[in-house]
Design a protein around this ligand. Structure first.
Ligand code: NAD
Length: 261
């Protein structure tokens, strides 16, 4: 039997990168998946690809910073699939700049996508998960930057640390309703989000792109190796399939040893 048979998962930012890899693995493991993304076309294409491989998926147009869009999109998923068991709050972007010249508008945009988005999708999901104390699992896509800082990434590091607080609060509030929460904290994974940063950081730091990879991104790993999409997706599968609340309120680093807790 597949490990997520009968489960319904809503995954934000699932039209690309990590979210997409989780959606594909979840679908292979029997879950019906909602690919929620601000990029409506890419979400529809990702859902169609899963359906073509005999999975169950729908694309949902959702800007996670838009309260109405989040509520309506989440309700639409429950209408389509009957209930909601797993929320992966994953949508994210990166903007790099030193603090002294960080535009306030970019700071606010980062906190809105990463923190308002996590809050709004959680609130919308709980309205369904709390019904009859059916319960569920909420997984936030944190980062090694939920535990470590790097130069040029003030709002990203701030927001990713903030997700630990939300997940821990939810672990306590959700327990009586059978809701568990976790933060997955990947090291660097070569997605579009990271590919964009390599030349940006090289420019800001005045070093080559190879040096950004070797001396910035992978410097603190134990083996100088990138984390893969499948590494992160397998951890998301393990957490969603875990049978009890023995595991809740935790953050798991998937980072080749970058930051050991
Ligand atoms: P990605 O750029 O490949 O995918 C991000 C997705 O989020 C895109 O499809 C984009 O359209 C969507 N998105 C952006 N803003 C949105 C919004 N307002 N509403 C809905 N969707 C929106 O990036 P990724 O690397 O797969 O990142 C996914 C998550 O993983 C992010 O939260 C990121 O911070 C986190 N993360 C990534 C890495 C890495 O190395 N790639 C490491 C640690 C954590």
């Amino acid at each position: 039997m597949a490990r997520l048979d009968g489960k319904v998962a809503l995954i934000t930012g699932a039209a690309s990168g990590i979210g997409k890899a989780i959606a594909e693995l979840y679908a292979r493991e029997g879950a019906a998946v909602a690919i929620a993304d601000i990029n409506q076309q890419a979400a529809a294409a990702a859902a169609a690809a899963i359906e073509a491989a005999s999975g169950r998926a729908i694309g949902v147009a959702m800007d996670v910073t838009d309260e109405q869009a989040v509520d309506a999109g989440t309700d639409a998923v429950v209408r389509a699939f009957g209930h909601l068991d797993v929320l992966i709050s994953n949508a994210g972007v990166q903007i790099v700049n030193p603090i002294e010249s960080f535009p306030l508008a970019d700071w606010k945009k980062m906190l809105a996508i990463h923190l308002d988005g996590a809050f709004l999708t959680t609130r919308a999901a709980l309205r369904h998960m709390y019904k009859g104390d059916r319960g569920g699992t909420v997984i936030y896509m944190g980062s090694a930057h939920s535990h470590e800082a790097s130069v040029l990434k003030a709002p990203y590091v701030t927001a990713k640390h903030g997700l630990l607080g939300l997940a821990r609060t939810l672990a306590k509030e959700g327990a009586p309703h059978n809701v568990r929460s976790h933060v997955i904290c990947p090291g660097f994974v070569r997605t579009p989000l990271v590919e964009k940063q390599i030349p940006e950081q090289a420019r800001e730091l005045g070093i080559s792109e190879e040096e950004v990879i070797r001396n910035v991104m992978l410097k603190h790993t134990v083996d100088g190796v990138f984390t893969t999409l499948d590494d992160v997706a397998q951890v998301a599968l393990f957490l969603a399939a875990f049978p009890s609340a023995a595991l809740t309120g935790q953050s798991l680093l998937v980072s080749h040893g970058w930051h050991m807790q």
